[in-house]
Design a protein around this ligand. Structure first.
Ligand SMILES: [Fe+2]
Length: 522
């Protein structure tokens, strides 16, 4: 079926363009693209490939970028979507335009689609056709199985995004859930392994809108990044490095006064994020996505929506203060309502920082708790726990990024007094933590044997932690059925060159109605 001239799409793009317009977005006519040397000429002018995201039963975002040869021109872009990869029957198509105001990115919220369907899409501009993307809408009916990849922390200088490439090789997933640190803000060599020969662009710490745009452009030239976006829909949320390290509503550890106004920096970072990621553009980023009766996914914004400044130590008198929040009142209310009203079996939480209590005192005596994680916001954490426990909300699974380590945790608080590691009594949810795609593991700073020892110490002092790995890069493959939630951790052999084999690290499962993590034999 061919449907042409979808006016709602044109209106959508016009709103986006208008929302982001300002004269400061104009690119100087003499502008030299710093990323140009990384482009694959065969992809011209679609050097950054294609992407899709935020799947709903009837609509999905499709994305591309047209790299202009002349600055500040308006470029017409046609798109089409079909049910087969050779576009023998085009389901829908249209034409729109893009300009410097959106950094020549193109985003369409394609509607009128069928639920739980695989679609193929492509763009045409300047006489050339893009690579073909594959994507999938969310289901409405119950399903025997859903499958997600769960990822976080892709850092250009630490290595090639080979784990992305391995996910790209898989049959189409229901979504890739990206939990943040999609980019890192640092200048060259400040946080990376520059012996690999991958140097950040621009070379300085990114602060302005053009800086953030350039960094996204560079990251999207990585082959793994291009391939994973081509093959699967993404659902993304930012963590701190999409703005600056350890960010919160009013500041960040890595934002100094001489770098200018923090509000302006956040605005620039936010604009570039919306331009470059296949995400629906609402004022607030936290959102829920239904995958039918089997799962609801709640994506939380734990950085820019309501996070107050972290405390520096556990002895800070403000530590337990109820005014200190990770989500803020509005988001917390929304989250509790979503959890209570969800009819889905699995309640997945797209969570940036570790929710579970973790006692670090035996491995990091100077920092017995990670105060940037939920351990730093005890009052709000307690409220969420009580909401889950008091309302008997079952089958809650936190999906967590941020730590550059893998985790499987039976979520409990006040572990010593309330949790039984044999029966799992006292646990009220499950937490699966994704390793980093490439950002540094512990053994990229400390000897591997030392890291193995500290992993064992962590397990011994935290009986609710059932698995951790601080040494390998990769991703989680999460499989949900009506009976179980199973997490498989896959790791790549190397980041130091483009392309790698992968190996499976661990497979753990939890049965519906329980909070016991068990090993699954292959
Ligand atoms: Fe990270």
């Amino acid at each position: 079926m061919k449907i042409i001239q979808n006016l709602s799409v044109i209106a959508f793009i016009a709103v986006l363009t208008g929302a982001c317009s300002s004269s400061s977005d104009q690119i100087p006519d003499q502008y030299i693209d710093p990323v140009a040397s990384l482009y694959d000429p065969s992809l011209k002018p679609f050097y950054h490939g294609v992407a899709s995201g935020d799947p709903l039963p009837d609509r999905i975002i499709i994305w591309t970028r047209v790299t202009p040869e002349e600055m500040n021109t308006r470029i017409a872009v046609a798109w089409e979507i079909a049910e087969d990869p050779i576009f023998s029957s085009i389901y829908k198509s249209d034409t729109l335009s893009t300009t410097a105001h959106r950094d020549y990115t193109v985003k369409v919220d394609v509607d009128g689609l069928q639920p739980d369907h695989v679609y193929y899409y492509r763009f045409n501009a300047l006489g050339k056709t893009s690579i073909t993307g594959r994507t999938k809408t969310a289901p409405v009916e119950t399903k025997d199985e859903l499958q997600f990849a769960v990822v976080s922390c892709s850092n250009w200088e630490w290595g090639y995004f080979n784990a992305y490439a391995k996910i790209a090789d898989r049959p189409v997933l229901d979504a890739v859930v990206h939990l943040g640190d999609y980019i890192y803000e640092y200048g060259v060599g400040k946080y990376g392994d520059t012996t690999i020969g991958r140097f950040n662009l621009p070379s300085h710490e990114i602060v302005t809108l053009q800086d953030y745009r350039t960094r996204y452009s560079q990251y999207r030239t990585d082959l793994g990044a291009r391939r994973i976006h081509q093959q699967h829909p993404f659902i993304t949320i930012w963590d701190d490095h999409e703005v600056a390290n350890n960010s919160y509503t009013a500041g960040a550890q890595n934002h100094q006064q001489e770098e200018g106004d923090y509000e302006a920096r956040k605005k620039a970072a936010r604009q570039a994020y919306y331009e470059w990621l296949p995400i629906r553009e609402n004022r607030i980023l936290y959102r829920s996505i239904s995958f039918g009766p089997l799962a609801d996914l709640f994506m939380l914004d734990e950085r820019l929506e309501g996070r107050t400044k972290p405390v520096d130590s556990l002895s800070d008198p403000q530590y337990y203060d109820e005014s200190r929040t990770m989500l803020g009142a509005d988001q917390l209310q929304w989250f509790e309502n979503q959890l209570s009203s969800s009819k889905a079996i699995w309640k997945l939480i797209g969570n940036q920082v570790i929710f579970s209590d973790i006692d670090l005192s035996q491995v990091l005596p100077s920092m017995p708790r990670n105060l940037d994680s939920w351990d730093g916001y005890p009052a709000e954490k307690k409220q969420i726990k009580e909401h889950i426990v008091n309302n008997r909300i079952r089958d809650v699974v936190f999906l967590t990024g941020d730590t550059h380590a893998s985790w499987a945790i039976e979520v409990a608080t006040d572990v010593a007094n309330t949790y039984d590691p044999i029966t799992s009594r006292g646990a009220f949810a499950i937490e699966f933590g994704a390793p980093s795609i490439s950002a540094a593991n512990s053994n990229e700073r400390t000897a591997t044997e030392e890291v193995k020892k500290s992993e064992l110490t962590l397990l011994n002092t935290n009986p609710h932690i059932k698995y951790t790995n601080n040494r390998d890069h990769g991703y989680i493959l999460l499989t949900l059925t009506p009976q179980s939630a199973t997490s498989e951790w896959y790791y790549v052999e190397t980041l130091r060159q483009e392309g790698s084999t992968e190996f499976k690290g661990e497979t753990l499962t939890v049965q519906r109605g329980t909070t016991s993590i068990r090993k699954l034999q292959d």
